[in-house]
Structure formats: C-alpha cells, structure tokens
Design a protein. Structure first.
Length: 94
C-alpha cells in the first residue's frame, strides 16, 4: 500500500520551509497545504476501486506524469537556488 506522505514529500516540505522566511504565517500555510494533500491522498486511496471502475486509469496516468515533471522542475529550481546561495552560480544576474 502506498504511503500517504512519501519520503521525497517530507524532504520537499523541509526544503520549502528552509528556503522561505521563518515567520509563522508562511509555516502555517505550508502545514495547511501539507494536511490538505494528505487528506486528498487518503480519500484517493480509499476510493481507488471506484476510480478504476469508471475508466479513470488513463487520467490518473496523465496526472502522474504531469506531477512527476513538476517535481523534477522543482528539484532543478532548488538546486539552482542552492548554487546561487553558495555563490557558485552567478547566472542570470538578478
């Protein structure tokens, strides 16, 4: 059975919180979004058979690929940000 929150998800949340300002409002928003995603994952896991009976397998496949591409883009963005913070990368000048 898949996890409701995966290890890469926890790592992404840690990175997002560490990159943002350490104020209570930002952290509350991240935690609220985390809880929302966890509830949606739980509802999806509980209703998987219903989705598959109605022919939503193709839609789930497309959504999975879109989310994978977005996750890869986020990883690249975090790496570029880290290289700028370490002053290894100076391009583009902002």
């Amino acid at each position: 059975m898949p996890a409701i929150l995966s290890a890469p998800g926890i790592a992404a949340i840690a990175v997002i919180i560490s990159l943002n300002k350490h104020d209570l409002a930002t952290e509350a928003i991240v935690i609220a979004l985390l809880l929302g995603v966890m509830v949606l994952n739980l509802l999806t896991l509980l209703n998987t058979e219903t989705f598959l009976k109605h022919g939503a397998a193709g839609v789930l496949l497309v959504v999975g690929w879109v989310l994978a591409v977005l996750q890869a883009a986020l990883a690249v963005q975090i790496i570029i940000h880290a290289l700028r913070v370490l002053e290894v990368l100076h391009w583009p000048a902002s």
